[in-house]
Write a protein that binds this ligand. Structure first.
Ligand code: ATP
Ligand code: MG
Length: 573
């Protein structure tokens, strides 16, 4: 491609609406343009990167038997009614001219299961793995970071159909492996972690995280074994040695105006670990009290699992006032106005003589010990795991934390959807049985943005060569010098003929502008055709090795570049 003909409107200024570096650089480099919050158009450079990532995913998934299909964006409401997902809050809905209701596809389990239930009737037709790479629509409450969290985005979504747990397990593992290959080939340091299944449900699931400082998720890793989990999901093992504490007589403490843990700590000069946080929640509509140590966070998904509840949320203000009989900020487990079940985090079995809210305005209670001053209905692992916790899998390790961006999420669904939708097959023994399913999502647009988060410097993007819009950029330093122009055009044509993805900067711009643009748009290999030509040489440099330039004889350039491209690619194999 010749840059003089390429549509890439670069910007010198950092767009004000963009906080994340990937968002800024993708806008500045002319890769995407914003249409509305969380909605983007891809311009030529952005679409080239998008398609390169999509192609890598296709190759990896086709390798284990995936078959590409394409499902519609419009999904009839009745299909989602079958699984109860027509009530999912992120859905965009609309009606046709006959008032029939549709949703814009946010993921396609129901659509694909509908295809399969009408076509797959025997175990002999499985295993089957169908996938698409398609636009998804979700009315995200907080679209952010440009392509990181859009309201319209592209997802690879794969669906597997099997007749035995072993087959499902095998295809899940193949997909797990394939995703690892995809992210490695895209040049992304990544980690598969145990994760919360969210609204999709199912038995086993893993998230794939690209590790970068700006990641919105926290991942926890054991420093001794292979355990890794999203902090949302991370388990906390019970400590076996329970310190014996002699409970002392509880006492009322005046804490005027101290509502929050921080305020109470500051007022009483104690550490948060001496307090118990009492959180009033509603589980499937009924009030419950959750207790965690003052320096910990309640984890709602884990709490929901301990409760066996469909939905758990923080109680609204009227409920808190009613249950505690006190203003907000003074909830505690002793003397509730409306007695409610008390769920305590396992960690509170240790220690004792804690400070808790007194269920009275401006008062706390000191020396409160669970089991002595109040009864715990159920103990459980309900707090969020943090760095420093013991590993739940091995004896020696402790957890460390890192930031990550979730780029993929895979689930063993089992029969969750096939039961709801009556997707049945005839087994080897002749019984009608629900099909075992798996689903596998990978954010193509989010992966693109994550690659920028992971690979950039102060001058712009540093694309890994496998997903760069062009592999090589040729800068012509003087458009008036015909020898430079002729030599550059010839090298460009030779490179193209050798299968290299080359961009020729033949614009009538200052050389400084051309260099800046090449750096901004992140072309991995740069060839400068300039004065050296008098000695039969051009200069070659790598985007990721700033300032290092090598003189290469023009006659050797094509071989040199072909070898460089190959070497760069093999770093990512
Ligand atoms: P998140 O927790 O980030 O909201 P999710 O768990 O709802 O995502 P899934 O339904 O598991 O997402 O979607 C599969 C993949 O699609 C995600 O791993 C992510 O890479 C991508 N994805 C999901 N939502 C978005 C979005 N709003 N914008 C861009 N990519 C997204
Ligand atoms: Mg997810």
């Amino acid at each position: 491609m010749k840059a003089s003909q390429l549509f890439f409107p670069t910007l010198r200024e950092v767009p004000r609406e963009a906080e994340l570096i990937s968002h800024q650089l993708l806008l500045r480099g002319g890769f995407v343009r914003s249409v509305a919050a969380g909605i983007y158009s891809y311009l030529p450079l952005g679409w080239r990167v998008h398609e390169k990532i999509a192609q890598i995913v296709r190759e990896e998934v086709n390798a284990f038997g995936g078959q590409e299909i394409h499902m519609p964006v419009l999904v009839p409401k009745e299909l989602l009614d079958e699984t109860g997902r027509s009530a999912v809050p992120v859905l965009f809905g609309l009606k046709d001219r006959n008032q029939r209701e549709f949703f814009l596809g946010f993921t396609h389990e129901e659509v694909v299961t509908d295809i399969v239930r009408s076509t797959v009737h025997s175990w002999k037709q499985m295993p089957l793995y169908l996938y698409q790479i398609q636009t998804k629509e979700r009315d995200e409450p907080r679209p952010r970071g440009g392509l990181i969290r859009g309201r319209e985005f592209t997802m690879f979504d794969g669906y597997s159909f099997d007749y035995s747990e072993e087959k499902l397990d095998a295809i899940y593992k193949a997909n797990y492996q394939a995703y690892g290959n995809v992210f490695r080939r895209c040049g992304l340091e990544h980690l598969a972690v145990e994760a919360d299944p969210g609204s999709i449900g199912g038995s086993e699931n893993h998230e794939f995280m690209v590790l970068t400082e700006n990641g919105e998720d926290t991942v926890l890793r054991c420093d001794s074994c292979t355990y890794a989990a999203n902090a949302e999901r991370g388990e906390v093992p019970e400590t076996s040695s329970v310190e014996a504490i002699k409970p002392e007589a509880s006492e009322s403490i005046s804490t005027p105006g101290a509502h929050t843990i921080e305020e109470v700590c500051a007022f009483l000069h104690v550490e948060a670990g001496h307090l118990i946080k009492s959180i009033i929640c509603t589980a499937d509509g009924k009030p419950v009290v959750a207790l965690v140590r003052g320096d910990r966070d309640l984890n709602l998904p884990k709490f929901a699992r301990v409760l066996g509840a469909k939905s758990v949320e923080l109680a609204d203000v009227p409920t808190v006032l009613r249950v505690t009989g006190a203003p907000m900020g003074f909830a505690g487990p002793v003397g509730l106005a409306e007695p409610s079940p008390i769920y305590a985090d396992n960690e509170l079995k240790q220690g004792g003589n804690y400070i808790v809210g007194a269920n009275q305005a401006d008062a706390h209670l000191g020396n409160v010990t669970p089991g002595h001053d109040f009864q715990v209905t159920t103990w459980g692992d309900i707090r969020t795991a943090v760095a420093g916790d013991k590993c739940p899998r091995c004896d020696e390790g402790h957890l460390t934390d890192a930031r990550g961006i979730e780029v993929g999420h895979i689930f063993k669904l089992g029969t969750k959807y096939s039961k709801d939708m009556q997707a049945l097959y005839q087994s080897e023994t002749g019984e009608k049985t629900p099909i075992l399913m798996g689903c596998y999502g990978l954010g193509v647009s989010r992966t693109l943005a994550s690659a920028v988060e992971a690979h950039h410097d102060e001058s712009g993007i540093m694309w890994p060569i496998t997903i760069a819009p062009y592999e090589v950029g040729i800068v012509l330093t003087n458009m008036k010098d015909t020898s430079i122009v002729d030599a550059g055009v010839q090298l460009y044509q030779e490179l193209k003929a050798a299968g290299v993805d080359a961009l020729l900067d033949d614009r009538d711009e200052r050389t400084g502008v051309k260099f800046k643009d090449m750096e901004l748009i992140g072309i991995p290999i740069q060839v400068v055709v300039g004065k050296g030509l008098a000695n039969g040489e051009v200069e070659v440099s790598m985007r990721r090795e700033k300032g290092v330039r090598t003189a290469v004889a023009t006659v050797e350039l094509v071989d040199h570049i072909v070898a460089l491209v190959k070497a760069e690619k093999s770093r990512l194999m």
